[in-house]
Write a protein that binds this ligand. Structure first.
Ligand SMILES: [Zn+2]
Length: 287
């Protein structure tokens, strides 16, 4: 059974570790993340972007697949199914589809409109038992065509949104989606520290977890980050493993073309990446 993300993140913030959100793209991806979480006895959040949801034939298909897979694989660790960077409309679609958590990305609205829409969705989520993530200060890089500038959030705006009763808060602290450029300035711990001081117990979310150096991840967790999103890194390791298999000509040997064989190294590579991240984030054994 799916759970919302509130309890796992409250525990993570109090225990000074972070729960990973791993974005899923297909059945193998989902299975790899769920199996790794179970093996490591770690709570986990499955992230679904609008693009990935469309690719997997809609949010209803995703929710049905994840729900059935949790049951058939005998997964007992806490699993949340979370909409990543949801539009106002997609938030309602996911609530309807059976997701247990949503992110409303209202960062592109003027702050007043962001607050009004966030408040409305908080009320709906509270009625239905879902958790809700809000974002202040757009996060750089490109995600499904939404391009942000990588700005730092205003701590006072963060407090305003946190006080509405969101479950978790994503705040821009210089992080970006995808690969980090050579001249990246690093995370702004000054901003993060100011946000945590204003928002207290609120679990903070770090987007764009791919390629942030380990010491910065650990410092961010020590300053209140309780959820870290990982997407690109699993894609890179999946692609590298499948490419190696094909380049070695293994798809041409025997029944190596069987998709269950062809995709197996990629699936294993996702598992390895997820394991590495769960160990780094400190969520192993915390289910
Ligand atoms: Zn993001």
């Amino acid at each position: 059974m799916l759970v919302n993300a509130k309890e796992m993140l409250t525990k993570a913030k109090a225990g000074k570790y972070a729960v990973g959100q791993f974005n899923i793209n297909n059945l193998e991806w989902t299975k790899a993340v769920l199996e790794t979480a179970q093996e490591l006895n770690s709570p986990v959040i499955l992230g679904v972007s609008a693009g990935a949801g469309k690719y997997m034939c809609g949010f209803k298909t995703v929710a049905a697949m994840v729900d059935a897979m949790v049951e058939s694989l005998g997964i007992t660790v806490p699993v949340a199914l979370h909409l990543d960077h949801g539009t106002y409309e997609d938030c309602y679609k996911c609530i309807e589809a059976g997701f247990s958590s949503i992110m409303f990305d209202g960062s592109h609205y003027p702050i007043e409109e962001n607050i009004a829409k966030t408040q409305e969705l908080i009320d709906v989520c509270a009625q239905k038992g879902l958790s809700l993530e809000a974002e202040v200060g757009s996060i750089g890089g490109e995600e499904d065509g939404v391009v942000g500038m990588g700005e730092c959030a205003d701590p006072d705006e963060c407090k305003m949104i946190a006080d509405l009763g969101v479950t978790m808060l994503a705040a821009g602290i210089g992080n970006i989606h995808g690969k980090y450029p050579e001249n990246w300035a690093g995370l702004s711990f000054e901003t993060l520290d100011a946000i945590q001081q204003k928002t207290g117990e609120m679990p903070l979310v770090l987007h764009g977890g791919t390629g942030i150096p380990e010491d910065m991840i650990k410092k961010a967790i020590s300053l209140g980050v309780a959820k870290i999103n990982v997407n690109t890194e699993c894609q890179i390791s999946f692609a590298a493993a499948v490419r190696k298999y094909v380049e070695e000509g293994k798809d041409l040997q025997g029944k190596g073309f069987d998709p269950r064989k062809l995709l197996a190294p990629g699936t294993q590579a996702i598992k390895d990446t997820v394991k590495e991240k769960m160990e780094l984030f400190g969520s192993v054994g915390k289910a």
